[in-house]
Write a protein that binds this ligand. Structure first.
Ligand code: CP
Length: 337
């Protein structure tokens, strides 16, 4: 895969070698993300951070990643604050914004919208999430986290046992992660969801045709028994035809410390793309897990900055130049990592 000048629209663009390249570069970004070194390699460059759907971590971590490389960020945070609300097309919007930016990150509720935008853009476009379709940078940071967590436990991604829990129908992070994991060998997938929110046949066929085992279940306790990774997801209520329908599925699968202790193997890693829905009728990942050392959700969010810095550095061909402008941080830095 040639990263330089490329759009990142789907994880289907990646082979295993390309994934490992992203991870190697992400490792190199640690001293910058950890506020030990400062680089100005992207000084003068502008990121168009175009989010037409709500976001906390994807938007802010893409912006932070760009800033940590020395660049400036311009952003839109909702449709009504952009001229799309006045009927402007993706084509026109992309033509305009690509005149102001060196890279554009875009999120939109419509599947395929980012592809359409990229066709008209004159600069590289990264998919920050298009409807229920894909979320490539989330899957990369999830897989980067899985690799780190497994390495810490003396294991590898090959042979991994993963249980995906919750809304597998509308969860774009799950869709992209399944495709990326399929690049590895001899994986065991347990898909735990209500039948109506199961992973679509196309994704399951893709996993099986890559040689992996797939077991489907609508029962949480048996589904999580033999897993290295539990990947829990929120009911994606914004994708349902009505709130009432979404509410039918909230709270069906709740993981808390007592269920974890009773049914999971010791050291099973708990992941979630976040946001978790902490409201009483949902609460798929209970706060009583917050002190569990195997809860990796905030390690995922920290890793998101590293992976997004790596994508920018690869796309703009500055990997070998990041260190050339590096200086030591001159301010007090809290120990966050
Ligand atoms: N995981 C994720 O996409 O989170 P945000 O919606 O906050 O960006």
């Amino acid at each position: 895969m040639n990263f330089v000048g490329s759009h990142i629209l789907s994880v289907s663009q990646f082979d295993r070698r390309a994934v490992e390249r992203v991870f190697d570069v992400a490792d190199q970004m640690l001293p910058y993300a950890h506020r030990q070194l400062v680089t100005r390699v992207l000084e003068g460059a502008i990121l168009g951070n175009m989010f037409f759907e709500p976001s906390t971590r994807t938007r802010v971590s893409f912006g932070s990643a760009w800033n940590l490389l020395g660049g400036e960020v311009r952003e839109t945070t909702e449709i009504k604050a952009s001229a799309i609300a006045k009927g402007e097309s993706f084509y026109d919007t992309a033509r305009v914004l690509s005149g102001y930016s060196d890279v554009i990150v875009m999120r939109h509720q419509q599947e395929g919208s980012v592809d359409e935008f990229a066709i008209a853009s004159r600069v590289p476009v990264i998919n920050g999430g298009d409807g229920a379709n894909e979320h490539p940078s989330q899957a990369l940071l999830d897989l980067y986290t899985i690799r780190k967590e497994m390495t810490d436990r003396g294991k590898d991604i090959d042979g991994l046992r993963i249980a995906l829990v919750g809304d597998l129908r509308y969860g774009r992070a799950v869709h992209s992660l399944c495709k990326l994991l399929s690049l590895y060998s001899d994986l065991h997938f347990t898909l735990v969801s209500p039948p109506e929110l199961s992973l679509s046949k196309d994704y399951i066929d893709g996993i099986k045709s890559a040689g992996h085992e797939v077991i489907e279940s609508d029962e949480l306790h048996s589904g999580i028994r033999h897993a290295d990774i539990l990947y829990v997801t929120r009911t994606q209520e914004e994708r349902f035809p009505s709130q009432a329908e979404a509410d039918r599925y909230k709270g069906l699968f709740r993981l808390n410390q007592s269920i974890y202790t009773e049914y999971c193997e010791p050291n099973t890693v708990i992941m979630h793309p976040l946001p978790r829905d902490s409201r009483g009728n949902a609460n798929e990942l209970d706060n009583d897990l917050n002190e569990n050392p195997n809860l990796a959700i905030f390690r995922q969010t920290d890793n998101g900055v590293l992976v997004r810095m790596a994508l920018f550095a690869l796309i703009l061909d500055v990997v070998d130049k990041v260190g050339a402008t590096a200086t030591k941080v001159s301010w007090y830095t809290a120990k966050r990592f």
